[in-house]
Design a protein around this ligand. Structure first.
Ligand SMILES: Nc1ncnc2c1ncn2[C@@H]1O[C@H](COP(=O)(O)OP(=O)(O)OP(=O)(O)O)[C@@H](O)[C@H]1O
Ligand SMILES: [Mg+2]
Length: 246
């Protein structure tokens, strides 16, 4: 057992399809290269894809975990975890998405408590909806990454979210602009003016991966592909990891 608590990093957004899942996989890949024990907890409970995207078969998922705890059938957290490689484990979202709404969000705190001293980093994938699941997840996180694209709707929703964080006097979030999947025309100056807030990191246009389907077909994580190691996008993610682990 480790002595130190895991760092909990959650990735979310203010609209769907901004590259959250792909980014969490890339961060997990880079953490595993640093030999840091990492678990990806897929809390996109209605449409999580972490296990299928990595070609991993999860015998048990978050629904089973929550259900077993509530029925006093829970034995050990390892029973719900599946291994991807030596450093990356997965706690999968429900295979049957109809089960998602049956999960009481309080079991998120219980699950994270069980994982805390077993990993260096807990990475949580979410959806963009502000519901009980995400609110508890955010409250349990050390850092929250908002992944936005170069899109006016993203900026307007993000501005609203920034105001909420200011009202709550919370600052444990970072804004990452993902230019690899949506190359809208707003300049850094435009974005800063709309948000009245800085962009903390930018995944550049050059990080658009034309062969992304190949990685999915093979269950591979792009950041573990040596041919991408010189990519600026990888450098940015490594920088983000350095800052978060400080
Ligand atoms: N760097 C990239 N290069 C090319 N395509 C990408 C890249 N990152 C993500 N994509 C593609 O963009 C789409 C959205 O990415 P992803 O599923 O990671 O977003 P998401 O925010 O997790 O979506 P959702 O809100 O539905 O969970 C996917 O089809 C994915 O394959
Ligand atoms: Mg996703």
């Amino acid at each position: 057992m480790k002595n130190e608590k895991a760092k909990i990093i959650t990735i979310t957004s203010v609209k769907g399809g901004t590259g959250k899942t792909e980014t969490i996989l890339n961060i997990a890949g880079l953490l595993s290269q640093r030999n840091l024990k990492t678990i990806i907890v897929d809390l996109d409970l209605h449409s999580g894809v972490i296990a299928p995207i990595l070609n991993v078969k999860a015998d048990a998922d978050f629904y089973d975990l929550a259900n077993d705890i509530s029925n006093n059938h829970f034995n050990q957290i390892e029973d719900y975890i599946v291994k991807y490689n030596d450093n990356i484990d997965i706690l999968a979202s429900p295979k049957d998405p109809r089960m998602a709404y049956k999960i009481d969000p309080k079991y998120i705190t219980v699950a994270l408590g069980r994982l805390n001293y077993k990993y260096d980093v807990i990475l949580i994938d979410t959806n963009h909806i502000i519901d009980g699941v995400n609110l508890i997840t955010f409250d349990s996180s050390d850092e929250i990454i908002y992944l936005i694209t170069n899109d006016l709707m993203d900026f307007r929703n993000m501005k609203n979210m920034i105001n909420i964080y200011e009202d709550m006097e919370r600052t444990n979030y970072k804004i990452v602009l993902n230019e690899s999947i949506n190359q809208g025309g707003f300049s850094d100056f435009d974005i800063r003016t709309i948000l009245n807030h800085k962009i903390d990191y930018t995944l550049p246009k050059s990080f658009h991966l034309h062969g992304i389907q190949k990685y999915v077909e093979n269950g591979e994580i792009p950041s573990l592909d040596k041919s991408l190691s010189k990519e600026k996008g990888i450098e940015v993610l490594n920088h983000l990891i350095d800052d978060f682990l400080k």
